[in-house]
Write a protein of this length. Structure first.
Length: 231
């Protein structure tokens, strides 16, 4: 069971989060101020932390910094105002995401699930080999060197992540949104058009005829499907 630390000083909100996250199957530990949040973090193993920013004693930003000294624990901030400054500050101290109060539960659950998906994908990435091969193509995730019918070159880290994301889901239709979510993260600035431009560049390397793709196929109105030719 995944365990979530919730640090929130507003009792009703804390109780509501405890009830709803528990109902979703998460184990929830509540702390009502930053200091006790830090104590909980040091005492118990967590999978995710949800931190309010305005907290008595130690605020959420300072708590996040403390946690980051020793841990990559995923952190979602609850921000009180829709202030961009808060958000940018939150992300620059190492939070994974933020959500602005008042928020609805569905949205928070989506953010949590999205953070967990990203982690399991990154975890899987680290376990496997760093070289992806399909057809006459290869991609080295370390050096970012690629080769294919379009020749040999190096690509950007993001382009490599796009290939890897699609490759790991080969045979499945992947929507542009899930690709954005999986590669760029929830706070993605790029648009779905950015995704399309990435795909166009990748096809020039991996496709025999980029105008008639057989490796990264377009699924009209949805997204893409990777066909490695070996399935
Ligand atoms: Ca508060």
């Amino acid at each position: 069971m995944r365990r979530i630390l919730v640090v929130e000083d507003e009792p009703n909100l804390a109780a509501g989060l405890e009830m709803n996250l528990s109902a979703e199957g998460y184990e929830v530990v509540i702390a009502q101020d930053g200091i006790s949040g830090l104590e909980m973090f040091n005492k118990i193993e967590f999978d995710l932390a949800i931190l309010d920013i305005m907290l008595p004693g130690m605020d959420g930003i300072s708590l996040c910094k403390e946690i980051r000294k020793s841990s990559h624990l995923p952190i979602i901030f609850l921000t009180a105002r829709d202030g961009d400054k808060d958000k940018i500050q939150g992300l620059s101290v190492g939070a994974d995401d933020y959500i602005t109060k008042p928020f609805n539960l569905e949205e928070l659950l989506h953010r949590i699930a999205s953070v967990f998906r990203r982690i399991s994908w990154q975890g899987a990435k680290e376990e496997k080999s760093d070289i992806i091969r399909f057809g006459d193509c290869h991609l080295d995730m370390q050096t970012l060197e690629v080769s294919g019918p379009g020749g040999a070159t190096t690509i950007s880290r993001k382009e490599a992540q796009v290939v890897k994301y699609l490759y790991e889901r080969r045979g499945q239709t992947v929507s542009r949104d899930s690709l954005l979510d999986g590669v760029w993260g929830y706070n993605a600035f790029p648009s779905t058009r950015t995704v399309d431009n990435f795909i166009l560049r990748l096809r020039k390397i991996f496709e025999k005829d980029p105008s008639k793709p057989t490796v990264i196929k377009s699924i009209r109105g949805v997204g893409y499907r990777f066909d490695s030719g070996d399935s």
